[in-house]
Design a binder for this molecule. Structure first.
Ligand code: PBG
Length: 297
């Protein structure tokens, strides 16, 4: 069967900062910006006009404090303005902790304090649901995060708020440009205590299965292009929609290569998106989404 790329295949990521009238460039991440909410609303308007219907929101707080709630306030304004837009929110701590790890650590270590981390993630997820998020997307890779969030959402009457689990998230070099967005690279150590080892595919399948058992409505594989086999396994083994995250490094490869005249950007993007879909992705989170929507218009 011939695979066609459609606008509906995409989730477009956005980064939100406090302030007014901001559209800030990001180092090594061409075409992607940090928006204040007012500018964000204008950009979403444009994305919608181009035919995109799903966004994934990341918060970039002023101070590294897990009580910051820039995402919830952005979601409220987005939901006030647009009624037919699916709003998903990233739920993680790496942009909010002083050390840049995805969870709260036990003293003097890179060992995640599971209880405190889950407590913080649940609080954030509930605040996003209260603001009107359609999906929350826990990405801390904390054990039982989907279960804890599902339970808390149900207990507070948010049965319709869905969960997209960052189920198989690998320790990856492809996250480079993203870490310039929120300065979220770990200040010490790495993420190997909680993200997956790319040399081990079995573990990934287990993580995906766990997330489904815990109540994930969509499971995600991240990154996408170097992990097509994992996407395929997820699609074949389980009966839940599979999202693939075409991450910042994959995106920048294409952009910088095109700038150097190594390839045609549009052709390259369509080849990559087709490959990700062919592997089994039902939906693709991609910074290319807006360009693709333009090309398809
Ligand atoms: C953090 C997070 C990362 C990305 C999304 N959420 C980076 C990381 O794990 O360091 C990367 C996305 C991208 O590279 O586009 N939880």
């Amino acid at each position: 069967m011939q695979i066609n790329i459609r606008k509906d295949d995409f989730i477009y990521p956005y980064f939100v900062v406090s302030g007014k009238n901001k559209k800030e460039k990001i180092k090594n991440f061409p075409g992607v910006y940090r928006f204040s909410v007012d500018s964000l609303l204008k950009d979403i308007e444009e994305s919608k006009r181009l035919g995109l219907k799903k966004i994934l929101l990341f918060g970039v707080p002023d101070k590294r404090d897990i009580r910051d709630n820039i995402v919830a306030s952005a979601v409220r304004k987005i939901k006030d303005e647009f009624d037919d837009l699916i709003v998903m929110t990233d739920v993680c701590l790496c942009a909010y902790t002083s050390h840049g790890h995805c969870g709260i650590l036990k003293a003097q270590s890179v060992i995640i304090d599971s209880r405190k981390t889950l407590e913080a993630l649940v609080k954030i997820a509930v605040s996003h649901a209260e603001a009107g998020a359609d999906f929350v997307a826990p990405s801390a890779m904390a054990r039982k995060q989907v279960f804890a969030i599902r339970k808390a959402l149900d207990a507070r009457g948010f049965k319709d708020t869905k969960i997209m689990g960052y189920s198989a998230k690998f320790v990856s070099n492809f996250y480079g440009p993203f870490r310039n967005v929120a300065d979220s690279a770990p200040k010490f150590g790495d993420r190997s205590a909680y993200q997956l080892n790319f040399a081990d595919a079995k573990n990934a399948a287990r993580e995906i299965e766990d997330d489904i058992k815990e109540g994930a409505d969509i499971v995600m594989v991240k990154p996408a292009l170097a992990y097509l086999d994992i996407i395929r396994t997820a699609k074949e083994k389980f009966n839940v929609p599979v999202a693939a995250y075409n991450v910042s490094g994959e995106y920048s490869f294409v952009k910088y290569g095109a700038k150097q005249g190594l390839w045609d950007e549009k052709k390259m993007v369509f080849e990559i998106m087709t490959a990700i879909k062919r592997a089994g992705a039902d939906v693709i989170i991609s910074y290319h989404a807006k360009d693709v929507a333009k090309w398809l218009s």
